[in-house]
Design a protein around this ligand. Sequence first.
Ligand code: ADP
Ligand code: MG
Length: 450
Amino acid sequence: MKDTSQHPTLPPPDELWKAIQGQLQVKLTRSIYETWIKNTVGSKFDRQSLVVQVPTSFTAEWLGTRLRPLILQAIKTIAPSVIDVSFQVGQVRHISTITGPNKTGPMPLFRQHLPNPRYDFESFVVGESNRLAYSSARNVVTNKETTFNPLLICSGPGLGKTHLLQAIAKSCSDLKVDYLYVTAEQFTNEFISAIKTKTTSAFREKYRNVDVFLIDDIQFIAGKEKTREGFFHTFNELHTGDKKIVIASDTIPNRMHGIDDRLRSRFSWGLVANITPPDFDTRLAILKRRAKKQHWTIGSDALTVIADQVEGSIRDLEGALNRVISTSRALELPPDMKLVIESLESLMPKLSASVITKEAIFRCVCNSLNVAEKDILGGSRQREFVRARHLSMYLLKNDAGMPVTNIGRIMGDRNHSTVLHGIKNVSQGLTHDISLQNDLNQIRKNLTHV
Ligand code: ADP
Ligand code: MG
């Protein structure tokens, strides 16, 4: 076991825990992660033990009995000196409900949280996948003429809905517009407690008096009849009062189960902006922006590997970057390609299958077929070069698991269909061309020995 006590610069506990959360997120089901891990914060780290702050004693007990071994295992891969983890009940300061700075009201339950400064429009990287959601979100505050209301931002998890809602909250706060950000879960809790304590008029007062109402994770109210009713009335009052409503949801209205048609039709009065998973360039830009913001020095080839390997959620993308940085700090090693591959290998099935790098493929193809890399990447139609080119595409796809668009990009900016054609050519050739089979076998043999 490595002794990190020799290393004076340990990562801060919250950063370390975030990296561990990133790992756990991939190992656990979404519901377990969100219920037990998401709302926790690393609060103390002294080389040998890590203290995690959790919201309730029930969570502390559950994590301590059920998940401790898995959590310790995750911690060990990042900070090998840690031998113990404990869970402490405390106020977990997380992004939660925000209210406008001037609001004072009778419902103190979720007050006085400021927008998370990390989530603003400036730090939001815009690409094809999120352009409509981004520009519509910007318009909510700046463009008084917008005709759409509500704005419904829909996407799978980790693609930026909360970020955009919080960014709207922040610009409201900057422009002194009265706003309210609430998760549907908090709305539900408040609503139920208002019924219990007979304070529904205070509840109504609080909600209908804002200019911009932001509600996150609306899918939470699905199936909760009473809350839906409460939300329906709140929505109507705000809408009739010409107040802006922005809703984030993990499904599009047509697919929302447990939401009645009345509400669904209200949602369709406005604009539905879908966010889809980002393409490679957006992923890379997000990683670069994040590394720069955190003042992390990490080479762009290392970032390219992360962007290439981690598709889908931006939360996973950030988790992977956090993990690389924390590992690099804990082990005092530079965050280069080697460390990226080592620290992400166990996490990313795609990576473990692709310890075979593009460099290794090019090198082996060149050696076996006696061509130069520039011939593979260039445009010559000479037969042996075309063959080497197609074999490289085939290996990058099948042995390195690289997406076709990325293959095109690294192989001299060739388009998608050219790459597909090359791969198909090899697959078909392999059914009858013995010398092609021999070449491929030879290259693969070399590849496993690099
Ligand atoms: P969701 O609410 O859709 O589950 P979040 O808004 O919580 O997702 O985003 C997950 C993480 O990814 C956050 O840290 C957020 O800042 C980051 N993120 C999402 N989209 C972008 C983007 N376009 N540019 C920069 N960071 C982003
Ligand atoms: Mg969210």
